[in-house]
Design a protein around this ligand. Structure first.
Ligand SMILES: CC(C)(COP(=O)(O)OP(=O)(O)OC[C@H]1O[C@@H](n2cnc3c(N)ncnc32)[C@H](O)[C@@H]1OP(=O)(O)O)[C@@H](O)C(=O)NCCC(=O)NCCS
Length: 180
């Protein structure tokens, strides 16, 4: 069971009792429009969380799909994900409920996940694939020191259309914990 504590955000394992709170994220068009999947129904999200909890118990673990909560009162405000790929590598992803945008939670959550990725998990490379119009996410990874590598053409099918992704990467040698 993983619990990662940041300055303002705590990332913890999902519970089935989180389904309703997560609908402010995966059920809100303002949030999902820049994600690689379209808005979900409560039933679909319930199945996704059940599958996430199932995968969290598997060995070897292939992903860390964690609930992002406020350190102050435990409220669920989003999610962060490390999807393990290849050799000592992972894809970083995440989203916050729109009411919590612009408060620095994404930066704190991503830092906490990257400390875990390059620390406990001893990964070498973490990537983020971001829609070209997602200025908030691009600003966040740039702020963290990710390097732009190029554009993946027609990378994801979302909002009934193919979308390119800008690929960013962070290598272990680029990451200095708690220096940000
Ligand atoms: C992307 C997302 C997680 C950013 O969350 P956030 O908590 O608002 O981001 P932060 O407050 O930590 O800000 C991070 C940086 O982005 C900048 N930023 C935030 N919103 C911005 C916007 N709309 N345009 C440009 N820059 C923006 C901030 O100024 C900050 O940079 P700074 O510290 O240099 O000032 C949030 O917008 C979101 O959940 N979007 C929908 C889902 C999504 O797109 N997820 C990412 C998929 S790749």
């Amino acid at each position: 069971m993983v619990e990662l504590v940041g300055s303002t955000v705590v990332l913890r394992e999902f519970r089935m009792s989180d389904v309703d709170a997560t609908m402010a994220i995966v059920g809100d068009e303002r949030v999902t429009t820049t994600l690689s999947f379209d808005s979900l129904t409560r039933e679909q999200q319930s199945e996704r969380i059940a599958a996430t909890i199932q995968r969290a118990g598997e060995t070897p673990r292939t992903e860390y799909y964690l609930a992002a909560t406020l350190k102050s009162d435990g409220r669920l405000i989003g999610f962060g994900r490390l999807g393990l790929t290849g050799v000592r590598a992972a894809k970083l992803g995440g989203a916050l409920a729109a009411d919590h945008w612009g408060a620095g939670y994404a930066l704190d959550g991503a830092r906490t996940l990257l400390d875990f990725a390059f620390g406990d998990l001893d990964l070498h490379r973490v990537t983020a694939a971001i829609g070209p119009d997602n200025h908030a996410s691009i600003a966040a990874v740039t702020r963290l020191g990710f390097v732009y590598e190029g554009t993946l053409r027609d990378h994801v099918y979302t909002n009934q259309a193919w979308r390119d992704s800008r690929l960013y990467s962070m290598l272990a040698q680029d990451w200095t914990p708690d220096a940000h």
